[in-house]
Design a protein. Structure first.
Length: 144
């Protein structure tokens, strides 16, 4: 019974971390993460811009913001669990992507808070401040 439980524990732990076996594979995962994160930021910005221009109902905008915040958190969590190869290049890329994701998540959270307080211009401003991160994420996606 102890062996069975130990085997289950090993399998469960192994499934939590997705290794990248070489720099190319890791860079590919970073590029996909970067593209998905930039897309979430841009989709949220578009929803807020449409709201400002056309006065859309609150519920669909709030739902869109929540969905994009969840998507950004999901891609950040998935990427942070990837075990990079033991190279400086992969470590540097990982740190760069994670720093951009952290900053983007912070701006997305600020936008959600402002939106739920009824301040759409402040929400849009928070996401405008995420534009540098979105551009850098796009650059990573295109490079790798």
């Amino acid at each position: 019974m102890k062996r069975f439980l130990a085997s289950c524990l090993v399998l469960a732990c192994a499934s939590c971390v997705a290794p990248a076996y070489n720099d190319s594979q890791f860079a590919s995962k970073a590029a996909k993460t970067a593209q998905d994160a930039a897309s979430a930021i841009e989709t949220a910005r578009l929803a807020l811009q449409l709201d400002l221009r056309h006065g859309l109902p609150e519920q669909p905008i709030d739902s869109s913001m929540s969905d994009q915040e969840d998507a950004l958190g999901s891609v950040a969590g998935t990427f942070s669990s990837v075990q990079p190869p033991q190279t400086k290049a992969s470590d540097d890329l990982r740190n760069s992507v994670l720093d951009l994701l952290d900053a983007a998540q912070s701006h997305m959270e600020d936008a959600r808070i402002a939106l739920r307080r009824g301040d759409v211009p402040a929400a849009l401003h928070a996401l405008d401040e995420a534009e540098p991160q979105a551009q850098k994420l796009h650059a990573i996606a295109e490079k790798y």
